[in-house]
Design a protein around this ligand. Structure first.
Ligand code: SF4
Ligand code: FES
Length: 228
């Protein structure tokens, strides 16, 4: 369907533009377009739209989630094509909303620390080399949005899973269960129907947190170390 979007200011975010379009529908007694959002500040990963063929509209503003993409990035009069994430493992619920529960189930399979790590120690009682901390924090920036899956021609979830595996693998608290974690998370990833890495780095190109494909290599190493 094609809808006119009137009264849009360049300062509005993409989601605010959709709010305005939806207000028009509600005023006319029509059903609004369903889309997902929560934090609207780039930290929850709920906003999941393919804009003009690219997840999060990364071709006009790389390293940005849809909620932080602004209408000034488009021209007045542009026709903008909006689609939901395209992946079998993310079934469409309605309009632009898809079910990303597969990611939750991958995290439930092992993306946590369950060993007793005691109370919070003094910051200097558990020294961790700075490069390790930095790598861990880089991976932990993943917001679980699923754009990596939507961009990959194999609908691979390896960037997401590798970020979750790696951020714990770089910390002492995560090392105890590292082998079990990677085995279980990869098994769940396969069970959910995500494909293999295409080695084309489409995922990295659209990731709003610019997670590096180097983490996929790290996950593969962790997986090999874990054995059978
Ligand atoms: S790796 Fe990037 S694109 Fe994939 S889920 Fe995490 S934040 Fe989203
Ligand atoms: S609404 Fe939370 S990241 Fe966009």
């Amino acid at each position: 369907m094609e809808y006119p979007a009137k009264g849009i200011s360049p300062e509005m975010s993409f989601l605010e533009m959709l709010d305005v379009v939806n207000e028009g529908f509600v005023m006319n007694g029509q059903e609004p377009i369903e889309f997902d959002s929560d934090c609207r500040e780039g930290i929850c990963g709920a906003c999941s739209l393919v804009i003009n063929g690219v997840p999060h509209g990364a071709q006009v503003d790389p390293g940005t989630a849809v909620c932080q993409l602004h209408m000034r990035k488009f021209k007045d009069g542009d026709t903008i094509l909006i689609e939901p994430w395209r992946a079998k493992a993310f079934p469409i619920i309605k309009d632009l909303v898809c079910d990303r529960g597969a990611f939750d189930r991958i995290i439930q399979a092992g993306g946590f620390v369950s060993v007793n790590t005691g109370g919070a120690p003094d910051a200097n009682a558990l020294p961790i080399p700075k490069p390790e901390v930095e790598r861990s924090m880089d991976a932990a920036a993943c917001i679980g949005c699923g754009a990596c899956v939507a961009a990959c021609k194999n609908a691979s979830a390896m960037l997401f899973v590798s970020a979750k595996v790696s951020h714990l693998a770089h910390l002492p608290q995560g090392k105890v269960e590292a082998k079990e974690r990677v085995r279980k998370m990869v098994a769940q990833m396969d069970k959910e129907g995500f494909g293999n890495c295409s080695n084309q780095s489409e995922c990295q190109a659209v990731c709003p947190k610019e997670i590096s494909v180097e983490f996929i290599a790290q996950m593969n190493r962790e997986y090999l170390k874990a054995g059978k």
